[in-house]
Design a protein around this ligand. Structure first.
Ligand code: HEM
Length: 423
């Protein structure tokens, strides 16, 4: 096996921002290279994995599920407890064909463009209210004051979660995604003092109980939301069973929240780091659609995803053995000079821009349209309501090798003159 040259496993590496130098080194000298999965804090060491850093190899892994399985070891870098694996495999994200295809057809029916777009008006009103609340102050911490609430509220509305229960969604997301981060210390331990995996059945019992009750409520009181569509979904005489429904609810809460929550401040930071492009976008709003794609390339909300080799194979010249863990680095593929012209240039008009932020192949993100809708609305309102912002301190990154989160992004601007506004 190739000796590890650089550590792109340790979640703490990502707390200092993206490790571009290390990833470029891997793309050039070891595009499929072994990473030692050392212990991190209380979390025990794992067996190690292959880090896949070039665009073409990342794409191949994602497009070849028969060789690179989502089911064998699920899709997180950290191995699930053997006892939990059966449970975790009931989530669509952790399935292979033919089960995956069956479930995907069932849930895709709930994600019609019409259903997703029906909330555009409320999403706009929400973006305006959040931005208007901070505009007169002249400063804010963007995630805390604006962007953490926005996707959560949009998602809750899409799924059909009553607004008074939104805090629960945030608690569950933080527990699952933020567990590597020192700010989120909601770690539960077993009797021996070992931290419990936040994706284990024991840790998810309260969320599943909630999903079961809400699904029952939707059956009795159907509404225009995704959960109602899911309880009613039927393809070829088959419907989702209770366990599938609860598992899908869990996935939506995690997948649909933290990703957009990362993309929003990530996009703002990209603009602030490139004042010319920020100016260009303010002057020409027609560039917003390509600007959003460039933000997703520049700051991919999902850093990595895991697969497990189902057979011996060769990837990027490297022999991979059946059972090996293989981790694709979207964050590295997006800066691969073999595919992207001048990848370290942030270009809001970039075309083509075949980024992999929403994945590739059979598990391609089901919520991409809803995510883009939220980004388009947010940035339209952001450019209008806070016309010119500056950084007001150092951004803080989430300690995670999975989600490219920004936990603090202090901003300042010149508040509008209240006399002018009221004149
Ligand atoms: C910018 C925001 C988002 C990003 C970057 C993103 C990224 C991704 C990625 C990379 C995958 C593929 C995982 C894999 O390869 O195993 C995925 C799958 C998925 N996403 Fe998203 N996502 C976003 C927003 C959303 C939203 C808003 C929703 C729901 C409302 C959502 C629901 C899903 C679901 C259900 C899957 C699983 C699809 C399957 O396994 O067939 N995502 N997402």
């Amino acid at each position: 096996m190739t000796a590890p040259t650089v550590d792109v496993f340790d979640p703490r590496v990502f707390a200092n921002g993206l490790p571009h130098r290390e990833l470029a080194q891997l793309r050039d000298t070891g595009p499929v290279s072994w990473q030692d999965e050392h212990a991190v804090g209380d979390w025990p060491a794992g067996p190690g994995f292959w880090a896949v850093t070039r665009y073409a190899d990342v794409k191949r892994v994602l497009q070849t599920p028969e060789v690179f399985s989502s089911w064998l070891g699920a899709t997180q870098i950290r191995d699930p407890e053997p006892d939990d694996l059966g449970f975790i495999r009931r989530m669509i994200l952790n399935m292979d064909a033919p089960e995956h295809l069956r479930l995907r057809r069932l849930v895709a029916a709930a994600f019609t463009r019409r259903r997703l777009e029906q909330s555009a008006e409320q999403i706009t009103a929400r973006a305006r209210a959040l931005l208007d609340a901070v505009a007169p102050k002249g400063s804010c911490d963007l995630p805390h004051d604006v962007t953490d609430d926005f996707p959560l509220a949009n998602l809750a509305e899409l799924i059909g979660v009553p607004s008074e229960d939104r805090a629960l969604l945030l608690k569950w997301t933080n527990r699952v995604i933020g567990y590597q981060d020192p700010e989120h210390t909601d770690v539960t331990r077993d009797e021996a003092g070992r931290p419990l995996n936040p994706r284990s059945p024991a840790m998810l019992a309260d969320m599943f109980g909630y999903a079961r009750e809400l699904a029952e409520h939707k059956r009795a009181h159907p509404a225009q939301d995704v959960l109602t569509a899911l309880v009613q979904a039927e393809v070829d005489g088959q419907a989702l069973d209770d366990a599938e429904l609860q598992m899908f609810f869990f996935l939506l809460v995690i997948a649909g929240n933290d990703t957009v929550r990362s993309a929003l401040p990530g996009g703002v930071l990209a603009l602030l780091d490139h004042p010319d492009e920020y100016r260009r976008l303010r002057a020409d709003r027609t560039l917003l659609p390509t600007a959003i794609e460039e933000m997703l390339r520049w700051h991919p909300p999902v850093l990595t995803f895991r697969r497990t080799a189902a057979a011996d194979t060769v990837l990027g010249g490297q022999q991979i053995r059946r059972g090996d863990k293989v981790v694709v680095y979207h964050v590295s593929a997006h800066y691969d000079e073999r595919v992207f012209d001048d990848p370290f240039r942030f270009d809001i008009a970039r075309k083509p821009n075949e980024h992999l932020a929403f994945g590739q192949g059979p598990h391609l993100c089901l919520g991409a349209h809803f995510a883009r809708l939220q980004l388009r609305i947010f940035f339209t309102e952001f450019l209008t309501r806070l016309p010119q912002v500056e950084l007001d301190g150092r951004p803080t990154h989430l300690t995670s090798n999975f989600i490219n989160g920004l936990t603090h992004l202090p901003l300042r601007w010149t508040p509008p003159d209240p006399n002018v506004a009221s004149a």
